[in-house]
Write a protein that binds this ligand. Structure first.
Ligand code: AMP
Ligand code: ZN
Length: 112
């Protein structure tokens, strides 16, 4: 399968990795939309939240624990955003589940 984030998870394509566990990778977004803009992914390929039942047990918890650790380490806890665009209508451009972690700027609500 030709999936960009699978290739990043297998290190076939370079990424700027900030955290890695057996099942999870967190790396810098190549086109940042905030001073801190990271992507947290399961190494296992699933398309989106809509396939979350296929994900191995514990991996979602591991992703969110990784996000919390990064927020702590990068001093984001005062205000950061976790986003998962799902489907073309919401702007999903890579069909491998990923959570954007955005921080170090003000965020509007509702989002655009
Ligand atoms: P989305 O549009 O929500 O599916 O998010 C995909 C994200 O992947 C975008 O923010 C892109 O900037 C980012 N992206 C695309 N290619 C790469 C890459 N090679 N390394 C890191 N981030 C990437
Ligand atoms: Zn993939």
């Amino acid at each position: 399968m030709d999936c960009l984030f699978c290739k990043i998870a297998k290190k076939e394509i370079d990424s700027n990795t900030v955290l890695e566990t057996e099942d999870v990778m967190v790396f810098k977004d190549i086109d940042p939309k905030a001073p801190v803009h990271l992507l947290a992914i399961p190494k296992q390929h699933i398309k989106s939240v809509m396939e979350v039942e296929k994900l191995a047990g514990g991996v979602l918890e591991e992703i969110f624990e990784s996000i919390a650790k990064i927020a702590q380490d990068m001093d984001l806890a005062d205000g950061f955003r976790v986003v998962t665009n799902t489907g073309r209508g919401a702007g999903q451009s890579v069909d491998h589940l990923h959570f954007h972690i955005l921080g170090k700027r003000k965020f509007a609500w509702p989002p655009g």
